[in-house]
Write a protein that binds this ligand. Structure first.
Ligand code: GLC
Length: 475
């Protein structure tokens, strides 16, 4: 597996969580999964050097090292070299410069595993960043028995980040851009488009997102290209690591609880209110744990909250970092409602856990959401999710009012303030009936979105990719 991030070594967002967890699930099924990451200069492991070689990079040869470290039983290959080391962050401001690092990493990884004699059945690429690896296989595997039968799998976590500015990086790596009309002109040197073209199997991180990306609304310009691959495209819902996300054992909580001791959860609510400086009380506490990013739709929340706070006893606790303009708008709210709006603009896993355990509801009003992990964690912790019906949110949260027998949260469809506002109204109304609410919480806590199920689905996908490959020429 190749990726730009994997927890616990490198984490920026949900991609890192998934790439960190999936290998553990796959190894449990008996597969020898190894993960390759760029050896960013801030990754301070003390691993052992496994291979050093030079990679043809434009007219020069650039040295690359591969060091190995074991993380929860999974070997991680850290791939170094000048284009990788010169970057101080995982993702920078300039996609063309990031592409240099990611293309170099992708090619060097393939050379290293070969030098080490590790011949994978499948090369599995996560998102655009390592996409050049699949393109390289497409262009070279025909002449090379080592790679001839290697299946090629691409997982799309977020279609929006395509790295279409990779022309220079591809040229340095000796990789051709796409020339066929199926690939939109803008994306012909794009790492994601090339990977889509070169893969045997493609999956998106939820069944709904796999369908959405075929539409102009969510296709980010690649829906046409993806439609040509629709027979090879499926959706696999991400899992949650239930050992790590367990309110019965979570050491960060004020008080642990289970489905049988749900009333103990209340202590977490008061502890949270106290910690973030909210008025202490039983009114509904709404939580948000999110990157502050256009995708996450928090601008809607900013529009509906003032009226909601004026007419109800509710309060908001929000944790997240990112976009400065969203922060500024939220800040206005905190000024108007100092003891009912608490904002923390940072990344803080401890506080995140205390929000899942202490908030009554968790809000996820995303514009689009390929899978989303927070709503699954919220369900586990008994925070009732209120989400927009998109991507993985739609696949995991069922609206209580639509289906009282199976509902586990609240869902709104249209991306506008009215739709969010009316879902919030419905949720607050239900919250008044505490025994109904406890039923909703218990229903969520009982669900399990496990990595075992996801791992089995990936296993089937890998098999399919290998069958596809054996059925055709490598090109
Ligand atoms: C991206 C998506 C998110 C998904 C995650 C892991 O961060 O935005 O929805 O859960 O990848 O697949």
């Amino acid at each position: 597996m190749l990726a730009s991030e994997a927890t616990p070594l490198v984490k920026v967002g949900g991609l890192g969580d998934v790439v960190g967890a999936l290998p553990v699930g796959m190894r449990a099924l008996g597969h020898d999964v190894r993960v390759a990451l760029p050896h960013y200069n801030f990754v301070s492991e003390s691993p052992s050097v496994k291979s050093i070689l030079s990679v043809k990079w434009g007219r020069s040869q650039v040295e690359s090292s591969c060091t190995e470290t074991l993380v929860q039983g999974t070997p991680y290959l850290l791939i170094g070299g000048r284009p990788v080391a010169s970057s101080g962050s995982v993702y920078g401001e300039n996609a063309a410069i990031d592409a240099l690092k990611f293309v170099f990493f992708s090619l060097a990884t393939l050379h290293h595993v070969r030098a080490m004699g590790f011949q994978p059945d499948v090369v599995h690429v996560h998102d655009a960043h390592p996409g050049a690896a699949l393109r390289w296989l497409q262009e070279n595997a025909n002449e090379d028995p080592f790679w001839h039968a290697t299946g090629r799998v691409l997982t799309i976590h977020n279609l929006v980040y395509q790295y279409n500015e990779a022309a220079d990086a591809l040229a340095l790596g000796g990789i051709n851009p796409a020339v066929d009309d199926i690939v939109p002109t803008l994306a012909r040197s794009g790492l994601l488009a090339l990977a889509i073209r070169a893969s045997d199997r493609i999956n998106a991180v939820s069944p709904t997102y796999a369908k959405e990306i075929l539409t102009p609304e969510h296709g980010a310009g690649l829906h046409g290209l993806l439609s040509t691959r629709s027979g090879s495209l499926s959706g696999i819902l991400n899992g949650v690591h239930y050992d790590e996300w367990d309110p019965a054992k979570d050491v960060m909580l004020a008080k642990n609880y289970t489905m049988d001791t749900l009333s103990d959860r209340e202590d977490n609510k008061y502890a949270l209110q106290q910690e973030v400086g909210l008025r202490i009380g039983q009114g509904p506490l709404l939580g948000v744990v999110s990157r502050l990013d256009h995708q996450k739709g928090l601008d809607l929340l900013v529009q509906v909250l003032p009226a909601l706070l004026r007419r109800s006893e509710s309060a908001l606790v929000l944790l997240g970092s990112g976009d400065g303009s969203i922060q500024a708008e939220l800040q206005q709210l905190a000024v108007e409602f100092p003891d009912r709006v608490a904002l923390s603009f940072r990344f803080d896993e401890r506080l995140a856990r205390r929000i899942y355990a202490g908030a009554d509801m968790l809000l996820v009003p995303s514009r689009y959401e390929p899978c989303g992990l927070v709503q699954m964690i919220a369900l586990r912790y008994g925070a009732v999710p209120l989400v927009r019906a998109t991507g993985g949110l739609r696949d995991t949260v069922k609206d209580y009012d639509v289906d009282p027998a199976a509902g586990n949260g609240f869902v709104f469809n249209a991306f506008n303030p009215e739709a969010l506002s009316s879902a919030l109204e419905r949720a607050l109304h239900r919250f008044e009936d505490q025994s109904l609410w406890r039923g909703l919480q218990l229903r969520g806590m009982e669900l399990e979105f496990s990595w075992t199920a996801a791992g089995r689905a990936y296993e089937a996908l890998y098999m399919q990719a290998m069958i596809d490959r054996s059925g055709q020429d490598a090109g």
